[in-house]
Design a protein. Structure first.
Length: 255
């Protein structure tokens, strides 16, 4: 009970200080990904969403967005204790905010309960010549590299926006599907919804660089239980062995 109440206080603090975002249209992507290169049979999946309007876009976990909406609804009804165990699990912490006018991209990511923000560069694409149909869309392929991995994207000119999930933007059409050559990361469009959808950007975050964020993440992975105690103090009791085992094989990252 105490744990749930503390998590709720963190949520309320973040919500009050959040920057609002309103989209004109939402593109939903099924995201499958690996975190352990030694166990290719363990595949994680999560629903994600790309929210866009004429000036900006926001990519985030749709599962988390729905959870936040449920929690906020309960708060408005007067419930200050949330049973997090009944909510769908969300493990995708990455948020990508893109300012179309400035052509600037900001990534948000977490180490334990602390959110960091840092600028990320646009991707360099090489257009391919292959054509295929994905669902109702005629698509063309293109290639780029992220974190040393080669990705192939399939985009459609029938939706003429230079957008896609995560950082996969800048092509002459919406990215319908994208994956790396080892299929460790795979996004595929599975829905489109027009109309106003609201979400939030975290305001309670620490601006840094990507290099510094990766260093913080590596510090945590080198000693998950120890770093968790530093970040969380005595607010939440943990079993060091369980925490260390949960993260000992985290060695694959999209960024």
């Amino acid at each position: 009970m105490k744990k749930h109440f503390l998590l709720l206080l963190v949520f309320i603090t973040n919500f009050i200080s959040a920057q609002n975002f309103t989209s004109d249209i939402a593109y939903f992507y099924s995201y499958s990904y690996h975190t352990d290169s030694t166990n290719v049979n363990k595949i994680n999946t999560e629903d994600t969403v790309l929210l866009t309007n004429s000036t900006e876009s926001l990519f985030c976990s749709y599962t988390k967005m729905k959870n936040d909406s449920t929690i906020l609804s309960n708060i408005k009804k007067g419930s200050l204790v949330i049973d997090y165990s009944v909510l769908p699990k969300s493990k995708v912490n990455q948020i990508i905010y893109f300012d179309k006018g400035k052509e600037s991209m900001i990534a948000y990511d977490k180490v334990i309960n602390v959110t960091f923000s840092f600028p990320v560069s646009s991707l360099r694409w090489n257009l391919g010549s292959d054509i295929k149909k994905i669902g109702e869309f005629d698509c063309q392929n293109a290639y780029c590299y992220v974190n040393g991995r080669k990705f192939e994207a399939w985009f459609t000119k029938s939706i003429p926006i230079s957008e896609g999930p995560y950082r996969f933007k800048g092509l002459p059409g919406l990215v319908i599907e994208v994956y790396d050559d080892k299929k460790l990361f795979h996004f595929v469009l599975n829905g489109i919804k027009k109309g106003s959808i609201k979400s939030d950007l975290p305001k309670n975050h620490i601006p840094t660089t990507k290099e510094n964020f990766v260093n913080k993440r590596n510090e945590f992975l080198n000693d998950p239980a120890g770093v968790t105690k530093v970040y969380m103090g005595d607010r939440i009791k943990i079993d060091p062995q369980i925490v260390n085992n949960n993260f000992k094989n985290y060695n694959v990252f999209l960024d």
